[in-house]
Design a protein around this ligand. Structure first.
Ligand SMILES: *[C@@H]1O[C@H](CO)[C@@H](O)[C@H](O)[C@H]1NC(C)=O
Ligand SMILES: *[C@@H]1O[C@H](CO)[C@@H](O)[C@H](O)[C@H]1NC(C)=O
Ligand SMILES: *[C@@H]1O[C@H](CO)[C@@H](O)[C@H](O)[C@H]1NC(C)=O
Ligand SMILES: *[C@@H]1O[C@H](CO)[C@@H](O)[C@H](O)[C@H]1NC(C)=O
Ligand SMILES: *[C@@H]1O[C@H](CO)[C@@H](O)[C@H](O)[C@H]1NC(C)=O
Ligand SMILES: *[C@@H]1O[C@H](CO)[C@@H](O)[C@H](O)[C@H]1NC(C)=O
Ligand SMILES: *[C@@H]1O[C@H](CO)[C@@H](O)[C@H](O)[C@H]1NC(C)=O
Ligand SMILES: *[C@@H]1O[C@H](CO)[C@@H](O)[C@H](O)[C@H]1NC(C)=O
Ligand SMILES: *[C@@H]1O[C@H](CO)[C@@H](O)[C@H](O)[C@H]1NC(C)=O
Ligand SMILES: *[C@@H]1O[C@H](CO)[C@@H](O)[C@H](O)[C@H]1NC(C)=O
Ligand SMILES: *[C@@H]1O[C@H](CO)[C@@H](O)[C@H](O)[C@H]1NC(C)=O
Ligand SMILES: *[C@@H]1O[C@H](CO)[C@@H](O)[C@H](O)[C@H]1NC(C)=O
Length: 730
């Protein structure tokens, strides 16, 4: 009974009201609206439409007399004047709530826009005006309070006439890449005295940094300021915003300040968001007086050159207020320890410290960060074990501990992190064994990466284990004991894209289920195991991207396969034999890297190799190839590395080989090669390492060798019959 009352009280009555209200609205609007639109303004709107390029017909509703009912238009319900013109792609180019037309608006803005004398809101954002300038006449729409021209591909000088819009409280002229829009003189900004929101990201402010902050100080109502990627070169050293009392969001990322963070940035009591990322800031963090930072929720200083010990700063930040939800200090040179008090960051969603030099253990107080979603501590010098209390972080979606000095056993409590999507434990000194229990409730896991520098770490699950997750995307397990059998629990992962099982002690053949899902895998690395068996001659690798296959350092037998779509094929150090198929060039034309070295391959080098247009590196060394080196190389203009050494090739070295424009390394050491090196050297302009080695080479090396081979750093000619000036200088 009680629940019926609640339903009636909270749901049915408002529903009745809603029907009463809407039916009332429908009758009033249908009575008045047809007479609302002012003819002069309708004509102006039609002129505007005529000059716009509207390939997807986003303005198809702009027909008839009733302009106040057209999409993107709002009229004053008393006077009928157009108050709002919203031509944002996001407003007008949607068929239903979620599907957008394929083409945004372009063309010109007709000056009849100025006939809409009562316009208070104009939005042209997210269109593509193909680099036309922002029209100056927008500056005469003096009733405008809201102007959004963001991401509309305008270019050129931002017109100072905008300074006449004294009623403006919202201005967004952000571009989407630097170089198209710029500002020369910023004094017009200071006249926009009602401005609350100013966004000018990607507008080039070169040479105005020194006056900019003075102009901004004339905007006492400013709440949000975004000047990211604006080519600003200086931050004022003392507090510039004396007139501004309620600035709440400040985005200054992507500039070139080349200075320390000035302390005034942390003395603004109303600031909730501070983004200073990628701004060439350097030096130590300013000393933070405890008690400030009342409202800071979002602090991003990533990708700068900040230095110094952060322990105390972290203590101050966590003791001031619990409001912080994002803290990103990544990509700096910061040091220090994680203080126990970080457990007080109870609202923190994202905690990102990667690529610094933080050290010491992760405090157990981390259990109190119950809202934590992303914990990214990659590439630091953190030590000690993972605290067992990590299992309390029930909202954790990504956990990155990779690249630290952590040790100990992985606690089983990790298996309680039901929301976990990414678990990255690569490159630490883990000990012990991960088992089924470590994955107990990880139903959402899609990325699993683990490796240990310590030789006594293993991942052992029971043979018949059916994992709780079904949508693994990336699996990277290195240097830990998984074998001797192939991890069968991977066979039902329907979305596997990357599979790396390197040096994990597998000694079985590759199971057929793996070949069956090969078309979805874009990177397969099973190197450094003891995998045996033949490879299938044909295999469908993922065609969506260039596939990478690394089966090097195993015990594979049989012949070389022809796997179309492979961009990287590493089969070195196996027991492969037979000849390389003569049609390798036709069948594997996407190859960039081919390494067949250290096998027992024989026969001649197939001429069709010259058809692998984008090949960068070719390694056929340490096999039993015979015959002459092919003369055709010019089909492979990207080749940088050729290694044919330790075969039984005979004949000469073709001069064409050295005309490859990018060739860096050329290894040819073979017992029976003979050639006159002098002409070959002529064209080897980018060669760094040349190792003709134990051949029967003759001829003298020209004196100008240093001129011809400016990059040559290593020349291995020992064992050859070569005279001339070069050897004397070696
Ligand atoms: C007219 O517009 C004003 C402000 O937009 C609104 O408060 C008012 O309810 C509207 N009147 C009618 C009758 O729709
Ligand atoms: C912006 O306009 C320029 C022409 O000035 C054009 O080359 C460019 O492709 C446009 N940008 C986009 C994202 O369409
Ligand atoms: C706007 O301001 C400029 C100077 O900033 C002035 O020359 C111009 O007459 C003003 N009026 C309009 C409508 O642009
Ligand atoms: C920004 O403007 C300055 C001077 O006007 C110019 O030298 C610089 O190349 C511009 N920067 C970009 C990225 O366009
Ligand atoms: C920058 O401004 C100074 C004077 O304020 C001027 O001498 C210099 O030419 C300007 N540089 C650019 C690139 O506009
Ligand atoms: C802002 O401060 C400056 C001095 O810093 C003063 O000259 C100016 O009148 C102030 N403007 C407003 C709008 O308060
Ligand atoms: C850090 O400083 C070095 C040397 O001054 C510079 O090369 C590098 O680009 C800077 N890095 C960042 C992210 O600003
Ligand atoms: C913490 O910040 C909130 C606003 O986010 C504020 O209401 C509260 O007073 C602050 N508490 C302290 C102790 O400063
Ligand atoms: C974590 O929470 C527990 C229980 O709520 C509390 O006793 C402890 O002091 C907290 N630790 C930190 C560092 O806040
Ligand atoms: C963490 O979990 C353990 C048991 O799972 C519980 O005893 C402890 O109170 C939890 N800590 C917090 C801060 O919730
Ligand atoms: C060639 O074989 C010899 C002897 O087996 C070995 O020492 C040398 O490293 C090999 N050269 C290359 C480039 O692999
Ligand atoms: C060196 O390159 C030039 C121009 O590519 C070519 O004409 C010449 O035949 C080449 N010399 C040798 C020895 O390959």
């Amino acid at each position: 009974m009680a629940s019926t009352k609640i339903v009636f009280g909270y749901f049915v009555i408002p529903l009745l009201l809603f029907f009463l209200l809407t039916s009332h609205l429908v009758t009033t609007t249908s009575l008045n609206v047809s007479t609302l639109c002012i003819e002069e303004e309708r004509v102006a709107l039609l002129k505007i439409r005529k000059d716009l390029k509207d390939l997807s017909n986003c303005l198809s509703s702009w027909i008839g007399k009733d302009c106040c009912n057209w999409i993107g238009i709002e009229c004053d319900n008393q006077t009928g004047h157009v108050l709002m013109l919203d031509l944002s792609y996001l407003t007008i180019c949607t068929n239903n709530k979620h599907i957008y037309a394929w083409s945004p608006l372009g063309g010109e803005i007709n000056p009849s826009l100025t006939d809409l004398k009562h316009l208070s809101q104009l939005d042209l954002s997210n269109n593509n005006f193909q680099g036309i300038p922002v029209p100056k006449f927008i500056g005469s729409l003096n009733m405008l309070s809201y102007l959004d021209l963001a991401a509309a591909n305008f270019s050129g000088l931002v017109p100072p006439q905008l300074g006449n819009l004294s009623n403006l409280h919202y201005l967004d002229i952000s571009g989407s890449s630097l170089s198209s829009m710029w500002v020369k003189d910023v004094s017009w900004l200071s006249t926009l005295s009602s401005l609350q929101y100013l966004y000018m990201g990607y507008v080039n402010f070169t040479n105005t940094s020194h006056v900019l902050f003075r102009a901004l100080n004339m905007l006492p109502s400013l709440l949000e300021l975004s000047l990211f990627f604006c080519n600003l070169v200086a931050l004022p050293s003392s507090f510039p915003f004396k007139n501004i009392t309620s600035l709440s969001k400040l985005r200054l990322s992507g500039n070139h300040f080349s200075s320390p963070i000035p302390s005034w940035l942390f003395n603004m009591r109303e600031v909730t968001l501070l983004d200073l990322s990628s701004s060439s800031l350097r030096g130590p963090f300013p000393v933070l007086p405890s008690g400030n930072l009342y409202k800071l929720q979002y602090l991003d200083v990533s990708n700068n050159n900040l230095t110094g010990d952060m322990t105390e700063i972290l203590e101050v930040l966590s003791s001031c207020n619990k409001s912080l939800t994002l803290l990103d200090l990544s990509l700096n040179q910061l040091t220090g320890k994680l203080p126990y008090i970080i457990g007080q960051f109870t609202n923190l969603h994202e905690f990102i410290l990667s690529r610094n030099s933080f050290s010491g253990p992760i405090p157990a107080s981390i259990e109190n960060l119950s809202n934590l979603h992303d914990l990214v501590l990659s590439t630091n010098s953190l030590s000690g074990p993972i605290p067992t209390s990590i299992g309390n972080l029930s909202n954790l979606a990504s956990l990155y501990f990779d690249g630290n000095m952590m040790n100990g056993e992985i606690p089983e409590s990790i298996g309680q992190l039901t929301s976990l999507n990414t678990l990255n434990l690569l490159d630490n000194n883990w000990e012990g064994t991960m088992t089924n229990t470590h994955f107990k409730t990880l139903t959402n896991l899609s990325n699993l990466c683990v490796s240990s520098r310590n030789n006594s770490f293993s991942l052992k699950v029971t043979q018949d284990w059916i994992p709780p997750f079904k949508n693994l995307h990336y699996v990277e397990i290195r240097d830990c004991e998984v074998g001797p059998t192939f991890p069968n629990w991977l066979r039902n992962q329907m979305t596997l894209v990357l599979l790396i099982l390197e040096n994990v002690g597998i000694s079985e053949e590759i199971p057929s289920w793996l070949y069956n899902i090969s078309s979805q895998i874009s990177e397969l690395d099973l190197s450094h195991n003891k995998i045996s068996g033949h490879l299938p001659e044909k295999l469908n690798l993922s065609s969506s991207g260039y596939s990478i296959v690394n089966l090097a350092f195993n015990q594979l037998t049989g012949s070389i396969p022809l796997w179309t779509n492979a961009a990287v094929l590493y089969l070195r150090n196996n027991l492969l034999s037979g000849t390389v198929p003569t049609n390798i060039g036709e069948n594997m034309s996407y190859l960039l890297f081919l390494d067949l070295s250290n096998n027992s391959l024989s026969g001649s080098i197939p001429l069709s190799i010259n058809r692998i247009q984008n090949l960068i590196s070719l390694d056929l060394s340490n096999n039993y190839f015979t015959g002459e080196i092919p003369v055709f190389w010019m089909g492979m203009q990207s080749l940088r590395i050729i290694d044919l050494s330790n075969n039984t090739l005979s004949g000469g070295i073709p001069t064409s080989i050295c005309s490859l424009p990018l060739l860096n390394i050329l290894e040819l050491s073979n017992k029976n090669l003979s050639a006159d090196l002098a002409p070959i050297f002529q064209n080897c302009t980018s060669l760094k390492i040349l190792s003709p080695g134990k051949n029967r080479l003759f001829g003298s090396i020209p004196k100008e060798i240093n001129k011809n081979l400016p990059s040559l750093s290593e020349l291995l000619l020992r064992g050859n019959k070569i005279g001339g000036s070069m050897l004397e200088t070696m």
